[in-house]
Design a protein. Structure first.
Length: 509
């Protein structure tokens, strides 16, 4: 057994419950607030121009600080960082729920993002160093992948219930019991291998460059959505992001203890996971965003009914992750799960391009949701496992942070890109059909649906590209079996047992 291989934790399955609970809280928060936003805007008098900052403040802090949070987890210890992240996230949620004005709410959202950036990478890296046997690892990451994939849809359901039957403040307060239970469980049962620490000095230039670069990139996509892709501020932010991130790569190649060791991202398998996962998130954001609007505005569903409509997709994700991905992961190569999974999800999205004003939910939307869920669940499970498989224990936190970074950037791109496509298609349709329209209201709805379907067509192509990248780049063997390539990290790492040592790892958080 290699020196870096952690010993088996007798309470690892109990630990999984609390790690998964924390992950669910973070993923829920990415969508639960969206449902509550109209009510919060009215209650606090937030202008239409500023309401986007309720989402953007969180996204900028979370996306910009993820790599820093992952490095802190490696430096301080994942368990300690996990608990600090939970406590801070709960406190920020309490402030958000009690907000009496716009500034207080926006500040709370930014704080949620800061502590989320500590919590998310420490949760995934704890899972990586806790489950070391191939079959157990597959089961654990199957559960984690199902939560990562389906938690956003669950957030839509919970957000609808809380907003409709209580009030928008409970979409914040609901995080507190999640955090208290998870933190208590972490104190009692979660253990971390001592040999997994990385005691190197913090790379301050790397922290500054990565944080500013990622904030510029995420904010650039936000401005692109509101100001246009060729607007001066948008182009300026993209240019700044490019310069900062390229400088970051140069610095990381020179310093003795980099924030992001290039060995973590240089492996072709890790690159394949980052890229395919980021693209898949773009497609998923298209689905959640446009189908939520379609069901509520066009079909007239209530917030609760809209949330319930997504349940079959959640069930599909759980089934795909735990019953397909987890069962097959130790038998077939990861790319033979990820590529078909993304392809099935693309087929589900393809079905949803056929929606119109009179579409039947059982006949068309339901099958599309089920295919989407099964495909994404099947693909997410091996992706989450590959994200940290074979990574050296000292790099587990920052490798985990790279997974969330790819998802966060993918979400920002998805929101901006697909919104822009939908808005342009809606305007073009309304202009070209104005002369023959029977009524202005009917034309408005028809234009909206045309815009949604146009954006969903793009999402189909993006998911298909994710499948191609996963199949082309990811060439590692099945866990416990042989590998077609050697790991760039030099052998077994966090979460890799003796029988996995020959396998190529990979990936990010």
């Amino acid at each position: 057994m290699p020196e870096t291989a952690p010993s088996v934790d007798s309470q690892r399955w109990k630990a999984l419950i609390f790690i998964a609970l924390a992950q669910l809280m973070v993923v829920l928060d990415s969508t639960i607030v969206n449902i509550a936003l109209p009510s919060a805007q009215t209650d606090l008098g937030i202008s239409d121009a500023n309401r986007q900052w309720v989402i953007t403040a969180y996204a900028l802090a979370f996306g910009g600080l993820l790599l820093f949070g992952g490095r802190i987890a490696d430096l301080w210890g994942r368990r300690r960082t996990f608990i600090i992240g939970l406590i801070g996230f709960a406190a920020a949620s309490a402030v958000g729920g009690a907000a009496v004005n716009e500034g207080m709410l926006l500040g709370a959202r930014a704080l949620q993002g800061v502590f989320g950036a500590l919590l998310a990478p420490s949760a995934l890296s704890l899972l990586a160093v806790t489950f070391t046997e191939a079959r157990e690892r597959a089961k654990a990451f199957g559960i984690f992948g199902a939560i990562a994939g389906g938690g956003g849809a669950v957030g839509l359901i919970l957000g609808g219930v809380l907003t409709e039957y209580m009030n928008w403040r409970w979409t914040f307060f609901v995080n507190i019991p999640f955090a208290v239970i998870a933190a208590t469980g972490a104190v009692l049962v979660i253990r971390e291998p001592a040999e997994g620490r990385n005691s190197s000095r913090l790379d301050v230039p790397g922290v500054i460059l990565a944080t500013l670069g990622l904030v510029s990139l995420v904010y650039g996509f936000t401005r692109a959505e509101s100001d246009g892709w060729l607007a001066g501020p948008t182009l300026g932010l993209f240019a700044a992001a490019a310069v900062l991130l390229l400088t970051f790569v140069l610095v990381e190649s020179k310093v003795a203890a980099p924030l992001l060791p290039l060995r973590v991202v240089a492996d072709r398998n890790r690159a394949g996971v980052y890229a395919s996962l980021g693209l898949a998130v773009i497609g998923m954001f298209g689905l959640f965003l446009f189908l939520t609007y379609y069901l509520q505005i066009v079909k007239g569903y209530t917030p609760v009914t809209t949330g319930l409509a997504f349940l079959p997709m959640v069930a599909g994700m759980i089934t795909g992750s735990t019953q397909i991905g987890a069962r097959l992961m130790t038998r077939v190569r990861p790319r033979l799960l990820m590529a078909p999974g993304f392809t099935v999800a693309a087929l589900g999205m393809l079905v949803l391009t056929q929606i119109d004003l009179t579409t039947s939910y059982p006949a068309l939307i339901l099958p599309g949701f089920v295919l989407m869920g099964l495909g994404m669940g099947t693909a997410f499970m091996p992706a989450m496992s590959l994200a940290t498989h074979g990574v050296q224990p000292r790099d587990a936190g920052v490798a985990s942070a790279m997974v969330n970074t790819s998802q966060q950037v993918g979400g920002a791109i998805g929101t901006a890109l697909l919104n822009t496509i939908a808005a342009s298609a809606t305007t073009a349709y309304a202009t070209s059909h104005a002369a023959g329209a029977r009524s202005a209201d009917l034309l408005k709805l028809q234009s909206m649906v045309h815009g949604y379907t146009s954006a969903i067509w793009w999402a189909v192509g993006i998911l298909a590209l994710a499948a191609v990248i996963a199949f082309t780049f990811i060439n590692t063997g099945r866990p416990g079996g042989g590998s077609s390539a050697a790991s760039s990290d030099g052998g077994a790492g966090a979460g890799a047992g003796a029988e996995e040592a020959a396998q190529v790892p990979v990936l990010v958080h």
